[in-house]
Design a protein around this ligand. Structure first.
Ligand code: PLP
Length: 374
């Protein structure tokens, strides 16, 4: 059976070139980068070369990149330290952030008594900037945390505008850019952003590694303690093979960005076209202008089919999802869709179809055929 993977917002296939680099490090360069002997020095060179390469892709200085175990860790760290060490008393975020941000903010509210405001969203899930300005004009040291690309519905934040408005009110800006790094150009100097985060497994790199970008002199402090790795910001022996793999994956993603983006955009348009032909009553959830690799569609199936659709597709070798991977086993409706759909629509089955450059039109034909037999 031909397998079809259309769940690339959840994770992506690791590139063979990335595996080759990682394998080389695992077999030849096992030294601890903190050791002073030649084995350690080789590890350190690999680490710092990876840091420079990643920094270059987003126009940062190498010293502004701190490696972490994943996007979740980077989000947790930035938000927690902003409250603990930067005197942030208020966080403005949105109800459709990933749980790595939402649950962290809830916890900080409980622990530190900070106030939390959720910016109003338009019907398509995009941020209402008028409301953001209104919220920012209130008192108190504030951090705004808004994701760049929503992982479930693909809505895109105008980052440049969001940062500009936030800075006009002397607040700090953090963005969960896990879904956009490697898939669209990001220039931290042009954006003048304070913090952003990335996760390698979303751009064809390995799982279990990510990074945080902290603007120079951010004042952020570590949240756990140990050795002096990462200039004391993130104790723990660095996973050199993972970091080298992440740098390679990011370099390749940006090198091929134009051709991959064109290919994926065509696939998404083709998928919308085919779905509209076969299911004229299907509706796109979120903005029709959504990010090019994510498509979230409400299908006109009976409500009681919701639970079995993924299973049915899986039996046919097709992988899509109902929401973020962390929730896809759950029968609870997605917290993102709950913000933009009415109660009736929320009960309808919706699927997130997310593409990579490895997908083909045939994949989409197979998906649409399989959906016809639901
Ligand atoms: N933020 C967003 C928008 C995501 O899509 C994900 C991954 O599902 C994460 C954060 C968490 O990243 P990681 O899996 O590296 O912890």
């Amino acid at each position: 059976m031909r397998k079809v993977y259309l769940d690339n917002a959840s994770t992506t296939a690791i590139l063979p070139e990335v595996i080759a680099e990682m394998t080389k490090v695992l077999s030849d360069d096992f030294g601890n980068p903190s050791s002073t002997h030649s084995f350690g020095r080789s590890g350190k060179v690999l680490l710092e070369t990876a840091r420079k390469s990643i920094a270059k892709q987003i126009n940062a200085a190498a010293s502004e990149i701190i490696f972490t175990s994943c996007g979740t860790e980077a989000n947790n760290w930035i938000l927690r330290s902003a409250v603990k060490d930067l005197d942030v008393k208020r966080i403005i975020t949105s109800k459709i952030e990933h749980h790595a941000v939402l649950h962290t903010v809830e916890m900080l509210q409980q622990e530190f008594g900070i106030s939390v405001d959720y910016v109003a969203l338009k019907n398509d899930g995009t941020v209402d900037f008028t409301d953001l300005v209104e919220l920012l004009s209130q008192e108190g040291k504030t951090l705004v945390s808004l994701m760049h690309v929503n992982n479930e519905i693909g809505t895109v934040l105008d980052l440049e505008k969001a940062v500009r408005i936030t800075h006009d009110y002397n607040a700090l800006f953090h963005s969960d850019t896990v879904q956009s790094i490697g898939k669209t150009e990001i220039d931290v100097q042009k954006l003048d952003i304070d913090f952003l985060v990335a996760s390698a497994h979303k751009f064809h790199g390995p799982k279990g590694v990510g990074f945080a970008y902290l603007k120079k002199n951010s004042g952020l402090q570590p949240i756990f303690f140990g050795g002096e790795q990462e200039k004391g910001f993130r104790a723990g022996t660095e996973a050199v093979h993972q970091i080298v793999g992440m740098a390679k994956a990011l370099e390749m993603s940006y090198f091929e960005l134009d051709s991959h983006r064109t290919h994926i955009k065509e696939l998404k348009d083709y998928a919308i076209q085919q779905i509209e032909i076969v299911f004229p009553e299907a509706k796109i959830n979120g903005s029709t202008e959504g990010f090019y690799n994510i498509l979230n569609v409400m299908f006109p199936f009976l409500e009681d089919k919701t639970a079995m659709i993924l299973f049915h597709l899986d039996m046919k070798g097709i992988a899509v999802s109902r929401g973020s991977a962390c929730q896809s086993g759950s029968v609870k409706p997605s917290h993102v869709l709950a913000e933009i759909l009415n109660d009736d629509d929320l009960k309808q089955p919706s699927l997130r179809i997310s593409f990579s450059h490895f997908n083909t039109k045939e994949d989409i034909d197979l998906l649409v055929q399989a959906l016809q037999t639901v």
